[in-house]
Ligand binder design. Structure first.
Ligand code: ATP
Ligand code: MG
Length: 511
């Protein structure tokens, strides 16, 4: 149901207090105004800065003390206003913390119904004290739909008129694409981005729209936009996982939908520390040519009651507005640890987690979720249930060939030709080392070589090697103690667990 129609039903059904969550006060107000006209209601709006508009014609009410705080005043006025009145209070949420306001609202909820009056609160955040939760109906006002955006776009085109320097003519396909790309923005943001594109590019340009969306993601503080830096060639080994990704390349496009493929949901990558889970997560977006957004789960948890869930919804809405895109939730077990048990935070994280799970289950927008985790014992079991992710992959320590591959990648990354090194031996003697440790070895050896090159020459012995040597890499291998040696038991347990429940990301031919 369209939000306006939904609100109309609530008003007609005499729901006394309605809390509308929206960033778009103006659209909500327009909607309510239209409802009031259709239904013969009188609308008064209120904000702390403007007071009540228009002033209320009081039905000879009792005398009140002359001076009340404005937030109390407006509630008192409501009691005195005639029947069939709707009050729209903008950004009232900060006042809901006041005990007097709470009490007045509770009193009102009984009085409004027989008088066919409605109190509508509109605010971008949902902050409702538990004392008044019961009497209040909460409603989300979604962002503009494609059908609503089209006339807005037509308006912008009409306002440009016949100006020759601006090109607004579009093929129907282009128009559809543009509408799709601005979806997820507020009305004001859409108007701004269209205007900006016409000024900057003299036409409607999708690049401008996507730049604007990235800005919005950044501004929210909940999502971090990552430029595409890594590619699959930066990741050593993990052939099976790479193959899986390769077959699903392009699966977020409309073409794939037309072909009859479902939208892929996402991937959970579990595994041993330092074996490239985060690295791989970052590469998927650039391989698939999608924007990459990292979900900052720490930031989701706000300090105010109700805010965390709101933050989660906002993060999801922004990610969806950037769809098709990749949403990366790193170390997800840390965020949602302990959500199954009785957590100390009065269930907030459990509720945020539930919001997230529901979204994962029901999402229809092409947002590919990539989650990583290494401590599965902390991961809520609901997360692993079938249907949440398309696949759960397990990333193990690299086998011999993979280790050689990772040595080569990191040497190349530091402008050394792997052909000049004895990779076979390095791989042989680094059983149990992770990718991160191999990288550390290469860097450590480079330090050794650099320091040596700076040393004053002692005597006239053999000419010094000018670059990092095999011996230096081997010395570094011996100096690094792999984490897996200390964590043997944990890794064995993890492998055993993963064997029954996950798909291996590599076929590990030889250790
Ligand atoms: N398979 C690999 N190929 C190439 N480099 C790797 C590989 N695995 C790890 N590395 C190197 O180690 C670094 C750290 O790895 P990464 O952060 O991806 O590990 P992780 O599995 O996410 O570990 P953690 O569980 O600690 O988060 C990477 O940035 C990369 O440089
Ligand atoms: Mg990681």
């Amino acid at each position: 149901m369209q939000p306006e129609a939904e609100l109309e039903v609530l008003i007609r059904a005499r729901y006394p207090i309605i809390y509308v969550v929206s960033y778009e006060e103006q659209r909500v107000e327009e909607g309510i105004r239209a409802i009031c006209e259709r239904r013969g209601r009188t609308l008064h709006t209120w904000s702390i800065t403007r007071g009540i508009r228009p002033p209320v014609d009081r039905v000879a009410g009792p005398e009140r003390p002359a001076k009340l705080d404005p937030e109390l005043e407006v509630l008192a006025l409501m009691k005195e206003a005639p029947e069939f009145t709707v009050f729209l209070l903008k950004d009232f949420h900060p006042f809901l913390k006041d005990h007097r306001v709470k009490r007045l609202i509770r009193d009102l909820s009984d009085d409004l119904l027989p008088r066919k009056q409605t109190l509508v609160l509109v605010s971008p955040v949902m902050e409702l004290p538990p004392e008044i939760e019961k009497g209040v109906t909460i409603m989300n006002w979604p962002l503009m739909s494609a059908q609503e955006i089209e006339p807005l776009l037509d308006q912008v085109v009409a306002s440009v008129g016949e100006r020759k320097e601006v090109e607004t003519a579009m093929e129907p396909v282009q128009k559809e694409l543009l509408i799709k790309s601005v979806q997820g923005l507020t009305k004001l943001e859409i108007e701004n981005v269209l205007a900006r594109s016409l000024i900057e590019k003299r036409k409607f340009d999708l690049e401008v729209v996507s730049a604007e969306k990235k800005q919005i993601a950044a501004k929210s503080g909940l999502l971090e936009y990552y430029p595409p830096l890594n590619t699959l060639s930066d990741v050593g080994g993990l052939e099976l996982l790479k193959e899986w990704l390769d077959t699903r390349k392009g699966s977020l496009t409309d073409k794939a939908r037309d072909f009859g493929l479902p939208n892929p949901k996402g991937l959970l990558i579990l595994g041993v520390q330092g074996c490239g889970k985060s690295l791989l997560a970052k590469t998927i977006a650039s391989e698939w040519r999608l924007p990459l957004l990292r979900l900052d789960v720490g930031r989701i948890f706000g300090s105010l009651v109700g805010q965390s869930e709101q933050n989660m919804r906002r993060a999801i809405a922004i990610a969806e507005s950037l769809a098709p895109c990749c949403l990366w939730a790193d170390e997800i077990e840390k965020a949602f640890a302990g959500t199954s048990g009785a957590a100390g935070d009065s269930g907030t994280s459990a509720r945020v987690f539930a919001t997230f799970l529901t979204w994962m289950q029901e999402k229809t927008k092409p947002v590919f979720l990539v989650a990583t985790a290494n401590d599965i014992s902390k991961l809520p079991p609901e997360m692993l249930r079938k249907g949440r992710f398309d696949e759960i992959f397990f990333v193990d320590l690299p086998d011999k060939d993979e280790r050689a591959d990772i040595f080569a990648i990191h040497l190349r990354k530091r402008k050394r030709d792997p052909k000049n090194f004895d990779l076979a031996t390095f791989a042989e003697i680094t059983k149990g080392y992770s990718g991160a440790e191999i990288e550390q070895i290469v860097v450590g050896a480079l330090y050794r070589a650099f320091a040596r090159a700076d040393e004053p020459a002692k005597g006239k012995r053999k000419a010094k090697a000018t670059d990092v040597t095999d011996a230096e890499i081997r010395a570094e291998i011996e100096a690094v103690v792999p984490l897996s040696r200390m964590m043997q038991e944990e890794i064995a347990w993890l492998r055993d667990w993963a064997e029954k429940r996950t798909r291996p990301s590599s076929d590990r031919k030889g250790d």
